[in-house]
Design a protein around this ligand. Structure first.
Ligand code: SAM
Length: 279
């Protein structure tokens, strides 16, 4: 029996099913169920929420979520080798775990989930940022989820919570902080995973704000920020040249000096500039 449920410890499960980790699928497994239960707790009260988990793998975090009382978990896993193990977990928690074999980038999970919805995942590094950007950039806000509790490489986590003037500040910080409260809630050493990755990891908690922090058109803001940070060392009057023939006037209208660089400009000013570019 394991520390948190009546199922066998994960090392035994992995050995019995021959689940050797595959690098191409970003597989670094969490085998300590006390730790996965702790991560599940950082997502808040799960008893009245549906949880979307991307990449359950052998199910360490899935078991943490279920042991913490998640009302319903939809687990989306690409690797068919994990399905028998996940089926055993589903059997131990009747009616509370649905497993779908799919690429999370192709699946629309919404038809299978009932709000309120929390997303909790130890993301595969190769698709983690792309999924995050998608979850942060729907046209309409609030999004389908109330909160995202996500494991990233620490360097990515730091880019999400970065403030102006720091090296990590850029597109990810602005997209995240415009519409969510984002903070790092846990850092983990490589040894917490099997096999250990080369770098540290961190769990980021993003809570959706009811409305964006400052008004701006999402499409304009996204294009603006992408362009501004594409050449982050360049002055904005140069980096944003193609956006508008009178970009210097619009920068000034937003309270930004045309000679400023993107890394020094606050979220509030980027939103003001997005509004100034609207007409
Ligand atoms: N949740 C498990 C844990 O914490 O031990 C495994 C985490 S591992 C970092 C990432 C998982 O995502 C792997 O099980 C991998 O097979 C799966 N995965 C990789 N790419 C995927 C994709 N595009 N869609 C769904 N799952 C994917």
């Amino acid at each position: 029996m394991s520390a948190i449920d009546d199922l066998p410890p994960l090392r035994e499960v992995i050995a019995a099913h021959g689940l050797s980790a595959r690098k191409a699928l970003g597989q670094n497994f969490l085998l300590d169920l006390n730790l996965t239960a702790k991560i599940a707790r950082t997502a808040g009260d799960l008893t009245r929420a549906d949880v979307l988990e991307v990449g359950p793998g052998p199910g360490g975090l899935t078991r943490g979520l279920l042991a913490q009382g998640a009302r319903h978990v939809l687990a989306v896993e690409k690797d068919a080798r994990c399905l028998p193990v996940l089926a055993e977990i589903a059997e131990a928690y009747p009616g509370r775990l649905e497993v779908v074999q799919a690429d999370a980038l192709d699946l629309d999970p919404l038809t299978r989930l009932t709000p309120p919805i929390k997303v909790v995942a130890n993301l595969p590094y190769n698709v983690g940022t792309e999924l995050l950007v998608r979850w942060l950039t729907p046209r309409a806000w609030p999004p389908f989820w109330d909160s995202l509790t996500l494991m990233f490489q620490r360097e990515v986590a730091e880019r999400i919570v970065a403030t102006p003037g720091s090296k990590a500040y850029g597109r990810l910080a602005l997209l995240a902080q415009w519409r969510t409260d984002a903070r790092i809630v846990m850092t983990l050493p490589p040894g917490a995973f099997t096999p250990p990755p080369k770098v540290e990891s961190a769990v980021v908690q993003l809570t959706a704000l009811p409305r964006p922090r400052f008004p701006a058109d999402p499409g304009i803001l996204e294009r603006l920020v992408a362009r501004a940070f594409n050449q982050r060392r360049k002055m904005l009057r140069g980096a944003l040249k193609g956006l508008s023939p009178d970009v210097e006037d619009r920068l000034r209208a937003a309270g930004i000096a045309p000679t400023d660089r993107a890394e020094a400009v606050s979220l509030e000013k980027f939103c003001a500039l997005a509004r100034a570019l609207e007409h």
